[in-house]
Design a protein around this ligand. Structure first.
Ligand code: ADP
Ligand code: MG
Length: 311
């Protein structure tokens, strides 16, 4: 059975639907990504899964338990890492972990061992005795992840854990999440950064205006946009005849030539590149640059919504 089953979830605020009929499943051990721009409904969706918010309609089953009818069964299964850091600033990192561990009913030697494990996982063993108010934003985020892990949840939910932090902490967080997932933990990762979701997640749901507009593996989603690669070549002086020749090549889907820039949408950049360059250079024109862009989740989002992921 899937560890998470989201069934026709809906959350209304007044007349607005923050979550609009969202359904998806997460398999055990999977790293599932929820990708969408600001205001799309990511935090609302995961708050319902983590039993912090009640849905207006629909339900979620976590390991078979309903978040609406059996929240007390769901809570111990989930480690939620919220976007806003929830820590006691005047306590040390270790004391914060102790505190949250006790809230989960842990104590004694068990809690001390688990705290050391968690400090190791998030890479803060050395800083364990320092007060949180001396920590950088990135370190606070990392200890926050530690708090989400203290009770060994089956499902770790992270709400945009890398927003506004330094690149080194970001790298560390991505590696930690990847590692946890490799070790068997199920992860629900939300972000508006396409690269993070592409790097971490086996399957992705794309959310916009409260609706899940597509879901699947990266490859499945890219197939939606026709798997086209984009080739951009900077070259002066191409004539109409050459352009016409190129346009008739079978792998070229679309071709434009403006301001000395030849832009080609193709089903196989590697297949066409030498021919295109040969034809383009044959009349003494010189290629100044060539850029090949593979389709990615950003192109999928653009294709589905007509806009980019970032405002
Ligand atoms: P995301 O996490 O993807 O940025 P949210 O789930 O926070 O999006 O918000 C989705 C939509 O619901 C937004 O339009 C937001 O303004 C609205 N919203 C969120 N929480 C509330 C609330 N408590 N009251 C009214 N509207 C809300
Ligand atoms: Mg959010």
């Amino acid at each position: 059975m899937n560890i998470v089953i989201v069934q026709n979830l809906e959350k209304a605020y007044g007349n607005e639907l923050a979550v609009n009929n969202v359904s998806f499943d997460i398999a055990r051990g999977e790293n599932w990504g929820l990708l969408g721009p600001n205001g799309a409904g990511k935090s609302t969706t995961i708050s319902i899964i983590a039993t912090l918010l009640k849905p207006t309609a629909g339900d979620v089953l976590v390991d078979g338990y309903s978040v609406t009818r059996e929240p007390a069964h769901v809570q111990p299964l989930i480690g939620l890492v919220p976007q806003d850091v929830a820590l006691y600033p005047s306590l040390t990192a270790r004391e914060n972990l102790f505190f949250f561990g006790r809230m989960h009913g842990l104590g004694g030697k068990k809690l001390r061992i688990r705290t050391d494990e968690v400090l190791e996982i998030v890479g803060l063993t050395e800083q364990a005795g320092k007060r949180i108010d001396t920590f950088s934003g990135g370190m606070k985020r990392r200890i926050n992840i530690g708090i989400g892990l203290i009770h060994k949840p089956k499902l770790l939910i992270l709400d945009e854990p890398t927003v506004g932090i330094d690149p080194q902490s970001r790298r560390h967080i991505l590696d930690t999440v990847k590692h946890l997932n490799t070790e068997g933990m199920t992860v629900l990762y939300t972000s508006h950064y396409m690269e993070e979701v592409e790097y971490l997640c086996e399957r992705v749901g794309i959310i916009d205006h409260g609706k899940l507009i597509a879901q699947g593996s990266r490859e499945e989603l890219i197939r939606l946009v026709g798997q086209q690669e984009q080739v951009d070549i900077c070259i002066e002086g191409l004539n109409a005849e050459t352009l016409n020749d190129l346009r008739h090549m079978p792998s070229i889907v679309e071709l434009t030539y403006e301001n000395n820039r030849l832009s080609i949408a193709t089903t196989g950049a590697s297949r066409i590149l030498s021919t295109v360059l040969g034809k383009a250079e044959c009349c003494g024109n010189r290629v100044k640059s060539v850029e090949i862009r593979e389709p990615n989740l950003e192109s999928v989002f653009l294709h589905l919504t007509g806009k980019g992921l970032r405002d």
